[in-house]
Structures are given as C-alpha cells and as structure tokens.
Design a binder for this molecule. Structure first.
Ligand code: GLP
Length: 269
C-alpha cells in the first residue's frame, strides 16, 4: 500500500490526474490495446476529472483507446436525471474528452432484470481484459462504491440497499430531501475492485479521517469495506492533510518519508 499525503484537495486532484495520465501513457494504448479504467462518482473525484479534461484540452492525453467501467448507479431514477451517475459522468467528464461513447460502460439501474445486468457487467469487464486502474472514493463509513458496512469482501456486481447514513449523506444532491434519494443501487463488488491490477483511492476532508484510519491502521473488516484493499498488491491512497487527522503520528511520518523517497527517485510508473 502507498499513501500519498497532499496539502489540500486541489493537490490531491492534480496528483491523481497526473497519475492517471502517466499510467495511460506508460501503457501506450492503441486500436488493439485498450487501457481500462474503473471510475467513481461523488464530490471527491470532481477535481481530478476537471484536471483530466484540462490535460486533454492541452493535448497532453487522449482517451481514444481507453475503456471505462463506472463503479455504481442508482436504481429507479431515470438515466437522464441530473443526479444519476450517467449524468454525472457525462457532464463532468465524458462529454469534454475524446472517448468514444461505445467505450463507456455504466450499469443500468433501470434494467428489467437487474441481476442479469450485474452479471453481464462482470462479463463485460472480463471481456475487456479486466480493469487496469480502479479509481474510487470512500463514504464517511468507509464504503467503496456502494459496498456498505457488512458487505461481503468477496462480493461481485449486484443490487444493494443503501445504508441510512449514505442516504443521509447523499441527500445534499437531492434538494436536501431524503425522500428523493434512491434507496437502492447497482454496484461493483469489493471482489470486482480487488481484481483490478491497480486501485487508487482519493480521500479528502476531516469527515473522512476516521475512514482513512480504519482503512490503513486497523485490520481488514467488512464493516469498513475500504479496508479490504490492505490485501491488494498495488493500491495507492491519495489524501489531503485534513483526512489524516485520525492517523497516528508514526503512521503519518512513515508514509510522508516514503513519499519523499519515491518522489526523489521518480519510481512512479
Ligand atoms: C457514494 C458513492 C461512492 C463515493 C461516496 C463518497 O456513496 N457510491 O463511490 O465514494 O459517495 O462521495 P463523496 O466523494 O461525495 O464524499
């Protein structure tokens, strides 16, 4: 596990976007070799998306040979609802870059057969050769995608009922009205994320500090599904100072010193 501590959320966004660009470029994607990204929604990755759009507009990076799989999608709101994850992704990222629409994959929360939709999604990921880099955020309770506390750590893509705390946290996107927040969603499983060749998690803000502590310092637990990543061979957390406020001083100093070492030797790709 690597933990990079940046001073604020803008620095987190820049670091994350530069990391993504570097990974895609190192891979050298082409017509017979697509780079596969797993993508999150939420307010945390917004800065990264706008940086990636900026780099694309500057001619730094192309997404022509990139395929994407989003983590999750609400059920029972229309795809074109302003708060659907489809709308989020197109408005904040896809419509500003050169990704062909057929390379974008987002679960259909209104599919007639939700179980089949989830199974097909897993098959599509497999057919794409698996995910090279899965990017995620976390909920205050340490959930990744919509793998709420108590989710199986070997779970696959499936239908989940949202925890009360998640509904409460997400009501800010629905006029502050819990009634309007969808109560169910389709989500990739913890196992689906664990299968990715690399995972990058972004955590910012003091409200996520306890989740970061549980992810990094405590044991693997299905009550903090992000902690499953301790068993992933290549995981990178990029966090801001505020998110480190629950970490032990020794943990903070250890990861800071590693960071300086990695930056000095440019071992990044
Ligand atoms: C939702 C999403 C998660 C996201 C979380 C935190 O629950 N399903 O993928 O990580 O929100 O979102 P935010 O970044 O807005 O705090």
């Amino acid at each position: 596990m690597r933990l990079v501590i940046e001073s604020n959320k803008d620095q987190v966004a820049t670091h994350a976007a530069q990391y993504v660009v570097k990974q895609i470029k190192c891979f050298q994607p082409g017509p017979s070799r697509y780079y596969v990204l797993g993508l999150p929604t939420g307010s945390t990755p917004l800065g990264m998306y706008s940086k990636l759009v900026e780099y694309y507009k500057q001619g730094e990076i192309s997404f022509q040979y990139v395929r994407t799989f989003n983590m999750d999608e609400y059920c029972a709101i229309p795809r074109d609802h302003p708060e659907s994850y489809h709308s989020f992704m197109w408005n904040n990222f896809f419509k500003h870059i050169d990704i062909p629409s057929e390379n974008v994959n987002i679960l259909d929360g209104n599919a007639e057969d939700l179980q089949k939709e989830c199974q097909l999604y897993e098959e599509k990921i497999k057919a794409a050769g698996g995910i090279d880099l899965f990017i995620g955020g976390v909920g205050d309770d340490g959930h990744i995608a919509f793998n709420e506390p108590g989710s199986s750590l070997v779970s696959r893509t499936r239908l989940k009922t949202l925890a009360r705390t998640t509904v409460e946290a997400n009501k800010r996107f629905f006029d502050g009205n819990e009634e309007l927040v969808p109560k169910q969603a389709l989500t990739v499983g913890v196992g689906t994320i664990m299968d990715a060749r690399q995972v990058m998690i972004l955590i910012t803000g003091g409200n996520k500090a306890y989740a970061l502590k549980m992810a990094v310092e405590e044991g693997v637990s299905h009550m903090w599904t992000v902690s499953a990543l301790q068993q992933h061979p290549k995981v990178l957390f990029i966090v801001d100072e505020d998110a480190t406020s629950e970490l032990r001083v020794a943990t903070y100093k250890y990861f800071k010193s590693l960071q300086e070492c990695v930056e000095a030797t440019h071992q990044y790709c």
